[in-house]
Structures are given as structure tokens and as C-alpha cells.
Design a protein around this ligand. Structure first.
Ligand SMILES: [Mg+2]
Length: 179
């Protein structure tokens, strides 16, 4: 079986959605994902960096992130044909470790916990594919990178960029036929 490593934030879990809901409620703003086109979260607003730092220090912030539509079902189906690993750059937000672990256990109980890789630089991840929203991680990765569409990578020229989990499923089912 070929191995797929899957990023968590902005691939499985919609961190931006939670950030926007929380930020808008606290600051009385009305930002949407469109305002984040080609920007990372700290670039959204003058208050965004301090808000982000506060959210990232809250050990519960990552515990209830919404799932992307189809992520659960597609990952379950891909798991019949591929070995699934989770690769998250959790070292960027150390207070999120426990919440991320529990989130995976709740929503993806079929993925064994020894398939969780909490890391920094994903060039160490040995897999055939990596699904990620961060271009830097994808270019460092030595296998086939699959960019998952996000507002901040909208203008990316990365050769393989998929819009949603339905497209991810189609891509990997096609890959099976090639092998
Ligand atoms: Mg990510």
C-alpha cells in the first residue's frame, strides 16, 4: 500500500473558520475567508497577531475545530487502499498537542495513534504523498505534494492544487489505477 500523509490544519480541520468566528466576535469585525486571499492569519488585521498568539496559547482552542466537508468519509475510503498517516506541524503551537490528539481520536478513531506524526519540518516525513495547504511544507517534502486549496495559497503556482475532499478522493482513486 502506498502511504499518504495528511496535514491537519486547513486540510482536515478548518482553523481559519474558528479563527474568524472568534476574532469577529471579539473585535466586532465581519471578516470572511475572502479577506484572507493570499494572506496568512496575522496579516488580516492590526489586532490579528496578538489575537492569534492568545488563541494559540489557549490549550482548548484546537479541540473543537470544524471538520472540512467530506474529510471524514473520504479519509475512511482512502484508508481501504492507502496507509494513512497524520502529519501536523504541531511544534508551531505546542499548547495544541493534547487538543489535537483528542480531536483525532474523536473524529478519526480508525487511524491508529502510532500513525500520528507531530512534527516541524515535514521533509522528515517518509510517505508517497503529502496533502497540505502550506507551500513550504510541500516543496520540502520528497514525495508527491498535493496542495489543499486555502485562501492563503490561492495564487500559488504549485503544480497540483485540489479544491476540496471530493477532488482529493477522485485524484487518489485515479492514482490507484496508474499503479
Ligand atoms: Mg496546514
Amino acid at each position: 500500500m502506498k502511504r499518504i500523509a495528511i496535514d491537519m490544519d486547513q486540510v482536515m480541520a478548518d482553523l481559519i473558520a474558528k479563527f474568524l468566528t472568534t476574532f469577529n466576535a471579539q473585535y466586532g469585525t465581519h471578516y470572511t475567508k475572502d479577506d484572507l486571499r493570499d494572506k496568512r492569519l496575522p496579516e488580516l488585521d492590526a489586532h490579528a497577531p496578538e489575537a492569534l498568539a492568545r488563541y494559540y496559547n489557549d490549550p482548548t482552542f484546537f479541540r473543537d475545530l470544524p471538520l472540512f466537508e467530506g474529510a471524514m468519509e473520504t479519509i475512511a475510503r482512502l484508508g481501504e487502499h492507502y496507509e494513512i498517516f497524520i502529519a501536523t506541524a504541531a511544534m508551531d503551537v505546542p499548547s495544541s498537542f493534547q487538543a489535537k490528539f483528542e480531536w483525532l481520536q474523536e473524529h478519526f478513531p480508525a487511524i491508529p495513534k502510532h500513525h500520528y506524526v507531530f512534527c516541524g519540518d515535514k521533509s522528515v516525513v517518509h510517505a508517497d504523498y503529502l496533502i497540505d495547504d502550506t507551500e513550504l511544507q510541500l516543496t520540502r517534502f520528497t514525495g508527491t505534494g498535493v496542495m489543499f486549496a486555502a485562501p492563503h495559497n490561492e495564487s500559488s503556482t504549485f503544480p497540483l492544487r485540489l479544491q476540496n475532499w471530493a477532488e482529493v478522493e477522485r485524484y487518489f482513486m485515479n492514482e490507484l489505477e496508474k499503479n
